[in-house]
Design a protein around this ligand. Structure first.
Ligand code: GLC
Ligand code: CA
Length: 550
């Protein structure tokens, strides 16, 4: 794995929502280019862009209709070339988000594929006849409903793990694999620095398509969809045919990857992926009913999950540390405090930037954005939220219960446009934004944060600088301190002689933390609040985060 990828601070942009340059209400490539100075100033080294390829946008770009073209709303290939070269001028690397598990139903391959049973593209996807008057098996789509959709032209069903406009590609077919290799090489040859690989553990299917004992989505993903029989063969194939020829960075989205499997994806000797990110810490506030079954955060579990995955990777694998992305509610609303909003936002950013692994900051989290408050289902845009709502009502649930859960979990919270200023549309667009801005823009926006030395933004910037100045923070091992008060996460980062002591108080309470480390000439490097201590104890304030050199 490249050293720049290990040490780099990554930042995810959801392009539709970053900056609109032409007043059509949709963020675009030119808009992003105009914000590169902001990102360079923050200290970002690598940007991951959610998909910018041609797409009819049934799932905002995660339904690609042409792997080698730019989505019309995003701009042109020339705009992309300019964005790439301007990013590189600022020493910022660019990762594209590519979806290899499925295409759009409007991709030329699928149009051909569905046209007749003997079309040469038929086997680019999975087609099956009905079984006893019903779909070929009982699997449920991750976005609700059967994974099988019947197409009238040939009267057969095709497979789609997500919405029906996202048919799954048949990786068993060598032609499919060659097409994808060519598309990946096309972007790398242009100078792109790597990829975030959407739902990559799902690409190999159990082609017997057996019925499942349970239709629980978590069960389906771990038992039937992820880690399929030929998965590692395919990942190795990608390494061999693409990655190894470039100085690139590959980040897999680790859907359904159990902790004891992670090494098989990322250990250097496997020659598969550089790293993948898991979702284990997002299970600490959901029940067995899935994403919209919300329960209070279990912080002890939250903390132990970070340590467990770090240990599972050990020293011959490399992880990712993140707390938010375009599929999740805002981290500050989910894991932070209602009472100490800004301090908890700083602490959560501090977790991201003090753990081992490449940190990813999701756009807007560097200014401490929180969830929107929606009161009506018509205000939501996200296809997952809307589909889950239909199922919830169908199963006898109430509207109010659903809105309450969606106000924590809907993907829309992370997708509201970036508030650059407190103006009507937050300086995001001169037109009408495709998704309304979060009204909090009047108090939380980039302009205000840049002016306030104590803002979340300035704290994150200081954390990034610290990470670059201290080897132990960037690449050091983690030694957890387990003898610690409840909801206080403490660990030591070690690299050679260098040792840093990190403390995060994830609670609304002040806590006394007794520690011998205070006697070891502990030197404070950074904290979000004033430090109070005596010779044996540190008196942590609510949501205090602190880093000491020892
Ligand atoms: C991934 C993406 C998500 C998308 C899904 C289907 O989980 O992050 O946004 O909807 O894959 O491509
Ligand atoms: Ca635009």
């Amino acid at each position: 794995m490249q050293d720049w990828a290990k040490r780099g601070v990554m930042y995810q942009i959801y392009p539709r929502s970053y900056q609109d340059s032409n007043g059509d209400g949709i963020g675009d490539l030119k808009g992003i280019t105009s914000r590169l100075d902001y990102l360079a100033d923050l200290g970002v080294d690598i940007i991951w862009f959610s998909p910018i390829f041609s797409s009819p946008n049934y799932d905002n770009g995660y339904d690609i209709s042409d792997y080698r073209n730019i989505m019309q709303e995003m701009g042109t290939m020339a705009d992309f070339d300019e964005l790439l070269s301007e990013a590189h001028k600022r020493n910022i690397k660019v990762l594209l988000d590519v979806v290899l598990n499925h295409t759009s139903s409007e991709h030329e391959w699928f149009k051909q594929s569905k046209s007749s049973t003997d079309n040469p593209y038929r086997d680019y996807y999975f087609w099956k006849p009905e079984k006893d008057g019903a779909p070929p098996n009982n699997w449920i789509s991750i976005f609700e409903g059967s994974v099988w959709e019947k197409d009238d032209i040939t009267d057969e069903y095709y497979l789609h793990y997500f919405v029906k406009q996202q048919p799954d590609l048949n990786w068993e077919n060598p032609k499919v694999r060659e097409e994808l290799v060519a598309a990946l090489r096309f972007w790398l040859d242009k100078g792109v620095d790597g990829f975030r690989l959407d739902v990559i553990p799902l690409i190999s299917k159990n082609i017997d398509f057996p019925d499942s004992d349970s239709q629980n989505i978590g069960h389906l993903i771990t038992t039937h969809y992820a880690n399929g029989p030929r998965l590692h063969e395919y990942l190795h194939f990608l390494h061999d045919r693409v990655w190894k020829d470039y100085n690139c960075f590959t980040v897999g989205e680790g859907v359904g990857v159990p902790i004891d499997e992670i090494k098989n994806y990322v250990s250097a000797d496997r020659k598969e992926l550089d790293t993948i990110y898991h979702f284990a810490h997002f299970e600490v506030d959901t029940g067995t009913g899935g994403k919209f079954d919300c329960i209070p955060v279990d912080y002890e579990k939250f903390i132990s999950i970070f340590y467990a995955w770090d240990q599972a990777l050990g020293d011959d694998g490399w992880g990712i540390v993140y707390l938010g992305n375009h599929d999740l509610g805002r981290m500050t609303s989910r894991f932070g405090s209602k009472k100490y909003v800004a301090e908890s936002a700083k602490l959560l950013n501090s977790i991201i930037l003090t753990m081992r692994g490449t940190p990813i900051i999701y756009m807007g989290d560097e200014i401490g954005m929180t969830n929107n408050q929606y009161s009506d289902i018509t205000e939501f845009n996200d296809v997952q939220t809307l589909n889950s709502y239909k199922v919830h009502i169908y199963q006898g649930g109430t509207v109010d219960d659903f809105i309450e859960a969606a106000n924590i979990q809907s993907r829309d919270h992370a997708r509201t446009p970036m508030p650059w200023t407190d103006e009507t549309h937050g300086g995001f667009t001169a037109g009408t934004p495709w998704l309304a801005l979060n009204p909090q823009k009047s108090t939380i926006n980039v302009r205000q944060q840049l002016q306030d030395d104590h803002s979340v933004y300035h704290f994150v910037k200081a954390l990034i600088r610290l990470r670059k100045e201290n080897e132990a923070l960037a690449i050091g091992q983690i030694r957890p301190i387990l003898d610690t008060p409840p909801r206080v996460m403490q660990f030591i980062r070690v690299h050679g002689e260098e040792r840093l002591w990190v403390i995060h108080n994830l609670s609304d309470e002040s806590v006394e933390v007794q520690s011998e480390l205070l006697n070891e000439n502990a030197e404070l490097l950074l904290s979000n609040q004033e430090i109070m201590n005596d010779a044996d104890s540190l008196y942590c304030k609510p949501w205090q985060t602190a880093i000491f050199k020892i």
